[in-house]
Design a binder for this molecule. Structure first.
Ligand SMILES: [Zn+2]
Length: 344
């Protein structure tokens, strides 16, 4: 008797699963649960059995019936969903459409676009160049001879398995100035160019250092260019970018590829010069390095320094982004967490 109930259950379930139409499903239901259905007939036989076995079989019969009814309901729902999604299914064309969620530009891209626009308004062109570079363009053309102590400050990442034509290992460029030599070799002065891009250093990452960061470097070549042209350009660009209230300060420095050289500071955008933890209470933030292009660099690119002069500069763009949006950690710029990115 027990086996008969289980057999009826299994037979019903396999037929229900295979049913492809509502009509077929209804017929199966009658075949098992109808007045003369297989299950109903079997159920009636319980009353003819001895009293002591009836309760156990009654429990089993109830379980079998519930299982079969649930299988019917589930399959009926599946078939009705299938009909809705199928060809020729009815749907309400007047319902509003689903709006796809739109992304937006990364704060780094927003800042880059703004800087490019400011330089374009001054007549600068935009150039792009390789991030994998030879020692020649990254160092030698920029007056960094081999064994020059300034190379130590550049924490260079060497690509040992990727040699250049002369067998020297290529490197990941340590500054955007690698483009300086490449551009000056090709152009006929006068020219004004900026070349934004990523640079790499062998650095331990922390709130203000990354092993990969953005710079916007550039140069201007012309006759009779002086240091005051450089000062004026920086004052204009930084006031356009941070606001007219911003003050700019220059401090003497030393770079092998410029002479004289300067570091450029702006009033801290967080505290407006009053002093805060971001600017280490000084009120000033270093934003760029610059200087008049060294005659040796002009010479290496085949340009006569007696006729042509120029200035070159490099903005720490990642620093500009963090300052503009008052972020206290550089690593937020490479964090893919949408909770951060949706704030811009
Ligand atoms: Zn400050």
């Amino acid at each position: 008797m027990r086996e008969q109930f289980l057999q009826v259950k299994n037979e019903a379930l396999s037929l229900i699963i295979d049913a492809d139409e509502r009509k077929e499903l209804e017929e199966i239901k009658i075949q098992f649960l109808g007045k003369k259905g297989k299950f109903t007939v079997l159920l009636k036989t319980i009353s003819k059995l001895p009293l002591n076995v009836r309760p156990q079989l009654g429990v089993l019969a109830n379980e079998v019936k519930t299982t079969i009814e649930e299988a019917f309901a589930r399959r009926a729902l599946e078939l009705s969903r299938g009909a809705e999604e199928g060809d020729g299914a009815w749907f309400d064309v007047t319902l509003p459409g689903k709006k796809p969620k739109l992304g937006h530009l990364h704060p780094q891209t927003l800042v880059l676009d703004e800087i490019i626009d400011i330089f374009k308004s001054l007549g600068y062109q935009i150039a792009d160049g390789p991030e994998i570079e030879s020692d020649h363009y990254n160092f030698e053309m920029l007056n960094f001879p081999k064994d020059h102590p300034a190379r130590d400050t550049q924490q260079t990442l060497n690509l040992k398995n990727l040699p250049d034509k002369e067998g020297q290992p290529l490197i990941l460029r340590t500054h955007g100035s690698n483009m300086q030599g490449r551009i000056m070799e090709k152009v006929i002065p006068p020219c004004r160019v900026i070349y934004p891009g990523k640079v790499y250093r062998y650095e331990q990452t922390d709130a203000s250092h990354g092993f990969e960061f953005w710079q916007v470097e550039g140069l201007a070549l012309d006759k009779n260019i002086t240091l005051t042209d450089l000062f004026g350009t920086f004052e204009y660009v930084l006031k356009q970018f941070f606001g007219q209230h911003t003050q700019v300060r220059f401090a003497a420095h030393n770079f092998p590829f410029t002479e004289p050289s300067t570091e450029v500071y702006v009033t801290c955008a967080v505290c407006r010069g009053k002093g805060c933890s971001f600017c280490k209470k000084s009120g000033w933030v270093e934003i760029a390095g610059a200087g008049m292009i060294h005659p040796n660099v002009l010479k290496a690119a085949g340009i006569d320094s007696k006729i042509w002069q120029g200035f070159a500069f490099g903005f720490g763009m990642s620093r500009m982004v963090t300052l503009k949006y008052q972020m206290d950690d550089l690593r937020l710029l490479t964090n893919p967490d949408l909770r951060i990115l949706e704030q811009f």
